[in-house]
Structures are given as structure tokens and as C-alpha cells.
Write a protein that binds this ligand. Sequence first.
Ligand SMILES: CC(C)(COP(=O)(O)OP(=O)(O)OC[C@H]1O[C@@H](n2cnc3c(N)ncnc32)[C@H](O)[C@@H]1OP(=O)(O)O)[C@@H](O)C(=O)NCCC(=O)NCCS
Length: 224
Amino acid sequence: MVGLPSNSSQNLQLAKQISSLQLPSLQILPLESSHLPGIMEIDRLCFGGWWNLAHYQWELDHPESHFLVLTIPEISNSEVSNSAMSKIAKINEIAEINEIAEISKAPEISEVFEASDPQANNLVIGVGGFWQILEEAHIHLFAIHPQYQGKGLGKFLLGQLLQLAKELGLERATLEVRESNHQALGLYQKFGFQEAGRRPNYYADNSEAGVILWLNRLQSCEFV
Ligand SMILES: CC(C)(COP(=O)(O)OP(=O)(O)OC[C@H]1O[C@@H](n2cnc3c(N)ncnc32)[C@H](O)[C@@H]1OP(=O)(O)O)[C@@H](O)C(=O)NCCC(=O)NCCS
């Protein structure tokens, strides 16, 4: 589980320093049809094309399906990459970027994530979704664009997704992950997910086992 920062004044200082960098505005948004091409690109790059457009459209139309997307303003393809990556690198110099989930808890840093222009074209760099089944959140999709992985954004987005589940009143979250996916396992374990079992031959492409993870007592967890 992501805990509150141990030293809030230090955290506040970091938040101010990061605000002054004028980061490209990261936004967390509910899924809209305009995000689908970007999400499909992430799906293709991360999962080899797990779902098609019709499936995403189906998700969009179902009230039990909840998606959040992580976006940055689209400047131009090359400028976005260079600008975003160089600014992320600057954050790295100031603070461990793996603290971004904790840093984002400070109220001041929320300015960094505000939309500069809600109508602007946004580049989708992450997506997470779950189905609400009774009091459970079944996370079925979670990915950060490969170009932006390893920068703390997975932690940030997962925190937001679990917070959404909490606000919906859900009690538990679950998902399956490939047993070889150490990155994802590390991320989920960081949030307190625990292994509940394995499904042998769960993945058709290579017969890999799926690790079943659960996070209980969502209502008593702190995510943001
Ligand atoms: C898994 C994924 C979402 C993580 O997102 P990310 O932005 O790269 O992750 P973060 O930078 O926020 O790192 C979060 C945690 O993941 C773990 N992690 C990240 N990279 C790792 C690596 N190379 N090896 C082991 N653990 C790693 C660490 O626990 C890390 O926390 P720390 O930096 O405090 O140690 C991302 O790698 C991804 O999209 N992978 C492809 C799609 C996928 O596998 N999705 C999950 C399907 S269930």
C-alpha cells in the first residue's frame, strides 16, 4: 500500500520544486472515444493487440466498466517526447522519480496535473481499467506507453485507479498477471496486492501461468 510521506515538509519542498519546472500537464481523465486510438496503440505496443476497437467501444458503453487514461498535451510527436522526457529527467535530478505517487499527494503538486486546456489534443501515455463486479474491482487492463515506463507513472496511475475504486465504495481489487512480468508484479506488490494462487496455462500465446493477485480492505487504504 502506498503510505503517506514520512516527512511532509520535505515533500512540500519537492512539490514546489517540481511545480516550478512547468511540467507538461499530466492529466488523469475518464475514458472517451477520442482516447481510443492512443489506447489501442499502447495495447499494441504492450500486449500485441489484446483488444480490438469494437471491444474498447463496448467497454466505453458499459457503466460497470471504469477506465482512466493518463495524458499529456500533444505538441507534436517529436516535441512531446523530447519535452516530456527532458522534464521528467529534470525531476529525476531533484527527487527520486519513484516518489512521484507520494509527491502527488501534496496539494500544491495537483497544479502540475491540472489541464491547461481541456479541449487540447492530448497524447495518451497510460491506461488502466477495471470492471465493477459486486463490491470488487477486477482490473483487466493496465499499461504505460513503453516510452514512459520506469518513471513512476505506473504508480501514479494505479493509485488514481484504486482511489476511483475506493470512491465507488468497492472493497477489494483483483487482477491476473504473467508470472514472468516482474515489473508489474513489483508495482502491484508495492500497493499491497498479495498472491492468492496461480492459473496454469492461463496465457494462450506461451502457456504461461497467471498469478492471481488481490488487494483487500480498499476502504481503509490511502492511495492519493
Ligand atoms: C507494469 C507497468 C504498468 C509499470 O509502469 P511503470 O510506469 O513502468 O512503473 P513505475 O515506474 O511507476 O514503477 C512502479 C514499480 O514497478 C516496479 N518496477 C518498475 N520497473 C521494474 C523493473 N524493471 N523490474 C522490477 N520492478 C519494476 C517497481 O516496484 C516500481 O517501484 P519503484 O520504482 O518504487 O521500485 C509498465 O511497465 C507497463 O505498462 N508494462 C507493460 C504492460 C503490462 O505489463 N501491464 C501489466 C499487465 S497486468
